[in-house]
Ligand binder design. Sequence first.
Ligand SMILES: *Cc1c(COP(=O)(O)O)cnc(C)c1O
Length: 421
Amino acid sequence: MRDATKCLHSGYVPGNADPRVVPIVQSTTYVYDSTTDIGDVFDDPMKSLIYSRFGNPTVMAVENKIADLEGGAGALCTSSGQAAILLAVLNICCSGDSIVSSTKIYGGTSNLFSHTLRQQGIECIFIDPDATPDAIQAAIRPNTKLLFGETIANPALAVLDIERFAQVAHANHLPLVVDNTFATPILCKPFDYGADVIVHSTSKYMDGHAVQVGGVIVDSGKFDWSQRPFTGLTTPDPSYHGITYVDKYGPAAFIVKARMQLMRDFGAYPAAHSAFLLNLGLETLALRMERYCENALAVANYLKGHPLVEAVLYPGLADDPYYPLASKYLKGASGVISFVIKGGKKNAVTFMNSLRLASNEVHVADIRTCVLHPASATHRQLNEKQLAEAGVLPGMIRLSVGLEDVEDILEDIDQAFSAVI
Ligand SMILES: *Cc1c(COP(=O)(O)O)cnc(C)c1O
């Protein structure tokens, strides 16, 4: 099946006289014939369902659809994108370990890596996404457990050279974890370029309609975990009768451990109803991504020609520094544009307050056009140096182009510029 077909049909195949649409299984638990049967699933929780803290048929249908779209061996949905990133890291990192991350990442991930994980004893070494292989190598230490970057960075819109990061990671027997939120599997398949684990905030394009907060971890199933010790993955797990995930679950070890151990213990699983809503969004993902790319390119071109605009960041523009990487890795540059208005924060605020169609909201990738001022919202916690490193300027506006008629979007932007002059 091709992507548009997978969006509609993967993950759920109804049997004779079953519901056409994936049903909402609104049940915390599952019934067994005997205590022996229940005992068996505690020996191997991958056998069948136990409890909806770490497995539910509605959610699993969506997990299978996303795994199929990404070309992965398995997926685990989480209650938010942040939970997906946290669990992906904790699945192979313990106190005393370190990770290497691109500086150009989502503000929430930056907080998690710079502060919260550090408090738990996991250190993050930040590097520029444009770093040379030698510079990436120099950031890797004996205790490093993974490399991390975003396919299209939010909001800096840098495109990650996935192959470059994967080559350095693999030379050190380390996995590359890629946040593919902005590209979605429709525009980029990071596993094809060497990524080993993909995370998403499904709250964004995958859902698309701004109705559920969620995340997902996808495992390529191809990484060879045996070349380096990863505590808990290549060593026996005392909380499951001393099984070793790599031995027992082979290529699916990473994602099985994330579900059986971390989800069991942390409990950040989405509700069945949320997964149902997410699935509705996924059904039209391929179709929507095409239009987001088309509308955003038209808006980016318009902004480039406007006298009040100092800079436009959109990797779909031929003169954007990331255009070569976008051409290599992406089928389209997605729907988010960051642009810098002349006159700094003051004019950014006037422009944003004057928009009528586009709404001010703390969201991105909505079906409706929306704007956000990263320096005073998502990246508010960063100091000036960190803001510069994250590529966030005071006059920068993040514009998430929606699926309205592009002429209406352009007219709205035009009248908001008039308010600034
Ligand atoms: C929004 C976002 C996240 C966090 O996801 P939530 O679902 O809001 O927790 C992570 N990464 C990227 C790139 C995002 O845009």
